[in-house]
Design a protein around this ligand. Structure first.
Ligand SMILES: CC(C)(COP(=O)(O)OP(=O)(O)OC[C@H]1O[C@@H](n2cnc3c(N)ncnc32)[C@H](O)[C@@H]1OP(=O)(O)O)[C@@H](O)C(=O)NCCC(=O)NCCS
Length: 143
């Protein structure tokens, strides 16, 4: 299996696959955040594609769920199952929690969410400094 929880030693591979050529795709994610996520055990990594998925579980006081705040697979490795396998890995880590993801309404990846079984829960309108509306996708717990 090539999908696993990332460790600090993966930082360089992730940084390289997340370089300036895809800055527009991935503009909200910074190197320090990657390090922190690796330290906290909040980053799933695919050894084969060097794709990654960054997430956080809600704190005890909030309703249990887990949120993906970044998922990325390098262009040359897309449509081979890496993104979906990382979501399934997260599902196995948190079998009882819905998984949430927010995605700008105008990007291609919304089709991927739809294709892989996510449900569109709501559309969040632009707010404050955020100029783009966001789709809120949910990957429900299997019944
Ligand atoms: C979204 C992303 C992570 C998907 O990763 P991926 O590894 O290519 O996805 P997978 O190969 O696991 O896709 C699983 C299925 O969805 C399909 N799929 C992949 N991308 C798709 C797309 N853009 N539109 C429709 N279907 C898509 C695949 O063909 C596959 O279908 P199948 O199971 O019927 O064969 C990747 O496209 C990416 O990194 N995009 C740029 C970053 C980004 O936009 N992240 C999301 C921010 S909200």
């Amino acid at each position: 299996m090539t999908v696993r929880l990332g460790v600090l030693q993966d930082y360089e591979s992730i940084r390289k696959s997340n370089n300036s050529t895809n800055a527009l795709e991935n503009s909200a994610y910074f190197p320090n955040a990657i390090r922190e996520d690796l330290e906290n055990g909040y980053l799933i990594f695919d050894d084969e594609t060097h794709g990654f998925l960054a997430f956080y579980p809600t704190k005890k006081s909030d309703p249990p769920r887990v949120t993906i705040y970044n998922i990325y697979v390098p262009k040359s490795s897309r449509k081979k199952g890496s993104g979906f396998q990382m979501v399934e890995f997260l599902r196995e880590l948190y079998p009882d929690r819905p998984i949430l993801a927010k995605c700008p309404v105008d990007i291609e990846s919304n089709k991927w969410y739809e294709h892989t079984g996510w449900k569109l829960k709501e559309v969040l309108p632009p707010e404050g400094r955020r100029k783009r509306a966001l789709n809120l996708w949910v990957y429900e717990v299997e019944s």
